[in-house]
Design a protein around this ligand. Structure first.
Ligand SMILES: Cc1cc2nc3c(=O)[nH]c(=O)nc-3n(C[C@H](O)[C@H](O)[C@H](O)COP(=O)(O)OP(=O)(O)OC[C@H]3O[C@@H](n4cnc5c(N)ncnc54)[C@H](O)[C@@H]3O)c2cc1C
Length: 327
């Protein structure tokens, strides 16, 4: 009996995991690879000693039915919970959800049952032979053959893989996408920062865009804050060098964390934090044959966690349409 077609998904963030899950449920042989040591991509939770801090996405919202159904399941199984209904006074009433013990919980749940190869950076993608439509090589010398490929890295990284394989139109469409950076400071404190309930502030003035207390949020047993600089300050402080960048973030966060130095502080650089120019469709079929290469992620359609999820599902749909049914 012929084996079902195989699909390689590059990236184990929300988009890649959603695509991989939908494809596996549809009967394809799916391998998801990610260069990082854990799943989640920009859904990222870090431990510093006893502290736990979300340093990428801080919460997620629900706009559409597909995300709504997924979240119902997560809430019922205790994977996610509602954090609050807004950060301003008065709150806007729209639920903000989080992973029960951190945002990576969501990715770990989506990855359940999938074949995921971590610490594996795909460095090249090239046309294969009759057996495999595509062959990918990793930095560790591994080779992956597949009938179709879904690429979910941030678009500049996707372009490096598919830029010479796709049409000039697809290349131009991918080149048009751009992102803003975010600098994040993770600081473990010896006392509560005193951020009022629900424990986070969305800031619209000054260099910072976000200050959150991960203890109030319910994921850290000890006081630990996540500070995000806005796009302009992040770009301006990016090249200062790590020490000066941390000092700038710490200085800007003083009104909320006080004058005492953190017990420990770490800097995270999200070069591709959020798309500022997106592709209008939920995915882009970069190589449109019966052995397709499809690009997805939060820069396709809508941004944020929900947009990434919908993009991954759309990419899976595009692959299924071209590979045909498995049963
Ligand atoms: C600081 C910050 C705050 C945010 N806040 C929110 C928020 O509050 N609410 C919200 O809804 N959204 C928020 N977001 C956005 C949200 O995190 C993203 O929209 C979403 O997680 C993107 O998912 P993705 O799968 O498209 O991409 P990613 O999560 O970036 O996944 C791409 C994956 O591809 C992998 N990869 C890249 N290149 C390769 C390669 N060559 N080989 C193998 N693997 C590779 C990466 O390691 C990564 O895991 C925030 C993002 C940041 C950075």
């Amino acid at each position: 009996m012929r084996q079902p077609a195989s699909v390689l998904v590059v990236g184990a963030g929300v988009a890649g995991l959603a695509a991989g899950g939908r494809l596996a449920d549809s009967g394809y042989r799916v391998t998801v690879v990610d260069k990082a040591r854990g799943v989640g991509g920009r859904l990222a939770t870090r431990r510093i000693g006893a502290a736990r801090l979300d340093h990428g996405a801080q919460f997620f919202t629900v706009r559409g039915a597909e995300m709504g159904a997924l979240v119902e399941g997560w809430l019922a199984r205790g994977v996610a919970r509602e954090w609050c209904r807004g950060f301003r006074r008065p709150p806007d009433g729209n639920p903000r959800y989080v992973g029960a013990t951190g945002m990576t919980d969501l990715a770990k749940d989506l990855a359940g049952g999938l074949d995921v190869a971590l610490s594996t950076r795909v460095e090249t993608l090239s046309p294969g032979d009759d057996e495999h439509g595509w062959v990918a090589h990793s930095d560790r010398g591994a080779t992956f053959g597949a009938d179709a490929v879904v690429l979910t890295p941030p678009v500049p990284q996707t372009l490096a893989l598919v830029g010479t394989l796709c049409t000039p139109e697809a290349r131009d469409a991918l080149r048009a996408v751009s992102y803003t950076p975010t600098l994040a400071l993770l600081a473990v404190l010896d006392e509560d920062p005193g951020i009022p309930p629900p424990g986070a502030l969305q800031l619209t003035e000054g260099p910072l865009s976000w200050v959150a207390d991960n203890r109030s949020k319910g994921i850290s047993p000890v006081p630990a804050v996540t500070v995000h600089a806005g796009p302009r300050a992040s770009a301006g402080w990016w090249e200062l060098g790590s020490e000066a960048t941390m000092a700038a973030l710490l200085g800007a966060a003083r009104p909320w964390i006080g004058s005492r130095d953190p017990l420990e502080a770490q800097l995270v650089r999200w070069r591709y934090a959020a798309p500022d120019v997106s592709h209008p469709d939920r995915c882009l079929v970069a190589v449109d044959t019966e052995r397709p290469v499809v690009c997805a992620g939060d820069a396709f359609g809508e941004p944020r966690v929900e947009g990434a999820l919908l993009s991954g599902l759309a990419a899976a749909g595009a692959v299924i349409q071209r590979l045909g049914p498995t049963r």
